[in-house]
Every structure is written in structure tokens, then in C-alpha cells.
Design a protein around this ligand. Structure first.
Ligand SMILES: [Fe+2]
Ligand SMILES: [Fe+2]
Length: 373
């Protein structure tokens, strides 16, 4: 295994990929001590750690691809992706802690699929690897990586299993967009203006328990069911984001990074797309999960087993329908669209304005990237 050049830099990663595997899943708390190293790069409070000088195992430019210097546009793309991955890693870590450390939540997610605790842990590992890799690549190419540690200030769940550390994301008041379920069963494409209704209305709900619940209670099952849809929401967003960023990348190695991680995001989405339909029917005040297998049988836009992406309009409506990731246009799938999607879901509830300025600045720079060869 290659040495991780940032293995000693806890602002970026906390452990090796092997150590992140299921048995030793939960990373150590992200220390705040690196705050003093953070500095603005004209991105409001954008927090970048100048760690290139701390690299130990990778010489700049050595065996890192084309040999070309990283363009500003490519660096902007990778920086937003690094930020998105840090955010993904933060939320997935919260899911992993509780899916593997809280009896009631573990039982509830396992009622959806017996493999969920492991899948959730493995998805978490993948996001940690994405964030660490992109930041390490930026640093190795002499560009500034991204560090959001100063914003790890949101409270943890008080339920058994959750580490008591500062978080970037808030999973207590989420409005989960479930329209992807219908979008991927439809021959219409949001890049051509199509809009899709929600499959399940999950509005201002927790997706992890904020306290301990009785094993087998409807309340904990509703929380787990909401999470099962949030998993797909996050990963379809990642699939679209990477697809849109690929179009803006210039350097072939950057394109390889973007398209290769995109495949991992799609892999995740496919799993969550397939499994979300298994959520047990449950009803709690303000939230109803029907028996999806029976209630939507025969409805081509909602039927449980129609999990393969339906061919849809792509590039030009005069062309044959094509089974693709959708949306993929920058305005619908790019960095700002992703940041907005996170924000309106409530994922950052409690973050200060400086956080949003940071994220939006990174997003605007990525979307403004121009392809040059
Ligand atoms: Fe990722
Ligand atoms: Fe992801």
C-alpha cells in the first residue's frame, strides 16, 4: 500500500484505509488544534491548511499523472469536491457510529437490510478515502487542500454509540428529497426542465436518534427509514456532481480522479436505491412509510423493483433516450447545486454564516472552472 502522505495530518484524515475497515471503524475525534494553521485564500473564511510542505511520501509531480502543473480551474474543481467529501464523511460517520453502536438503531436499519450496519460503515470508509485522496493530490501538486475543521462545532447525538465530538452536519432536522426515486424511473431529465414529486414526504425529521429509543419502536424505525432514503439522496447527488465536474476538468489525471470517484458514488447510490424500497411500513405523527412493495406495484414511476435507471432524454431531445446519470448540467448538478441541495435539506442547521460563505465560495469557483487542453 502506498504511504498516505497526509497520514500524520489529522485535519485531512484520521486513519489508514485498512484501519477504517469495519472492525476499527470509528475515526478519532477531529482535533481543533489545527485552527491556528488555517488561513483565508480570498474565499471569505475558506479554510485551507498549507500542508504541502508536510508531505513525506510524495514528491511534487512525481508519478502523479500528466506532469502538467495543476491549473487553477482544476484545483477549484478538486477543492469543492474535497469539501463535499469532508461533508459526506462527516454525515456518514454519524450514521456509522449509531448503526454499529446503538442497539435500537442497529436493529431498525437491519430491519431494512441485514447488511446495513456494514454497508453504512463501508460507505463511510469510502468517503473518508475520497476526502483524504483529493486533499493529498491537491497538496502533492502544490495546491491548497481544504480543511473544514473550524466548523466542526455542531453537537453530536446524545444516543448511546455516538462519539461526543463536534460535527459539520446536522442530521436532526432533515428534509429529505426523495424525488430521485421517481426521477430515475422516469424517461424525463431535469436537464430538460423536468420536475419530479416526492415519493415520501420526509420533512424536518431526524435520520439518526438524538436519544435512546426502545428497540423495535415505531419511532426508531421511522428514523431509520428516513435515513435509508437520505443515503440515496446523498449518493445520487454525488453521482450527478462528479458527472458535471468531469465536463469541466482539463488535465487527464484530474479527469481520471473525477470519473473514477464518480463511479464509486454511483456504486453507492445503486445500493441505496435498491435497498430503500425495503423500509418496513411504519406510521408516526407527521410521517408515513407505506408498504412500498404493494402500494406502488404497477406504478412505473414508483414500483419497488424498477431500480435500473430508465433511459431518458440526454444531450438533445432529438436523440434516442439513453440510460444515464441525470441531471449532469452544471446549473442542475454542479457544485452550487450540490451546496444548495445540502443547505435546503437542513444538513447545516446551526452553522454560522462563515460556513456558508466558505462553501458557496468554493462552489462558485468550481462551477466557474473552464476546460482547457
Ligand atoms: Fe464520496
Ligand atoms: Fe458519496
Amino acid at each position: 500500500m502506498m504511504n498516505n502522505p497526509l497520514a500524520n495530518d489529522q485535519s485531512v484524515t484520521t486513519k489508514s484505509t485498512e484501519a477504517q475497515s469495519f472492525g476499527g471503524l470509528l475515526p478519532a475525534p477531529h482535533p481543533m488544534a489545527r485552527r491556528s494553521f488555517l488561513r483565508s485564500l480570498g474565499l471569505g473564511a475558506a479554510l485551507m491548511t498549507p500542508i504541502a510542505g508536510a508531505l513525506t511520501g510524495v514528491a511534487r509531480g512525481a508519478n502523479l499523472g500528466s506532469g502538467n502543473a495543476l491549473s487553477n480551474s482544476d484545483a477549484d474543481i478538486l477543492r469543492f469536491l474535497a469539501a463535499a467529501e469532508l461533508i459526506e464523511a462527516d454525515l456518514w460517520q454519524q450514521y456509522a457510529e449509531l448503526a454499529n453502536g446503538n442497539d435500537a438503531y442497529m436493529t431498525a436499519v437491519s430491519a431494512i437490510d441485514g447488511d446495513f450496519p456494514r454497508y453504512i460503515a463501508d460507505n463511510t470508509d469510502d468517503e473518508l478515502s475520497h476526502a483524504a485522496f483529493i486533499n493529498a493530490y491537491l497538496a502533492a501538486m502544490g495546491a491548497q487542500p481544504v480543511n473544514l475543521d473550524a466548523f466542526r462545532t455542531l453537537p453530536s447525538s446524545q444516543a448511546t454509540g455516538a462519539q461526543q465530538i463536534g460535527r459539520l452536519t446536522n442530521l436532526m432536522n432533515l428534509t429529505v428529497d426523495t424525488s430521485w426515486w421517481i426521477r430515475y424511473r422516469s424517461p424525463k431529465n431535469p436537464d430538460f426542465g423536468a420536475k419530479f414529486p416526492q415519493l415520501i414526504k420526509i420533512v424536518n425529521r431526524p435520520t439518526i436518534p438524538n436519544r435512546d429509543y426502545p428497540v423495535g419502536s415505531d419511532a426508531i424505525q421511522a428514523i431509520a427509514n428516513s435515513a435509508a432514503f437520505h443515503f440515496g439522496t446523498i449518493e445520487q447527488g454525488g453521482s450527478s456532481l462528479y458527472t458535471s465536474m468531469a465536463e469541466l476538468a482539463s488535465d487527464l489525471t484530474v479527469l481520471r480522479i473525477v470519473t473514477s470517484i464518480a463511479g464509486s458514488e454511483v456504486f453507492h447510490f445503486a445500493i441505496w436505491d435498491d435497498t430503500a424500497g425495503n423500509v418496513p411500513a411504519v406510521r408516526v405523527p407527521g410521517l408515513i412509510f407505506p408498504d412500498i412493495a404493494t402500494v406502488f406495484e404497477g406504478d412505473p414511476l414508483r414500483q419497488k423493483d424498477l431500480i435500473m435507471p430508465e433511459p431518458c432524454a440526454f444531450i438533445d431531445a432529438s436523440l434516442p433516450l439513453c440510460s444515464v446519470i441525470r441531471p449532469s448540467l452544471t446549473q442542475n448538478a454542479g457544485a452550487m447545486a450540490a451546496a444548495n441541495g445540502f443547505e435546503i435539506s437542513g444538513l447545516f442547521k446551526g452553522q454560522p454564516p462563515a460556513f456558508f460563505q466558505t462553501l458557496n465560495s468554493l462552489a462558485a469557483a468550481a462551477d466557474a472552472a473552464t476546460r482547457s487542453c
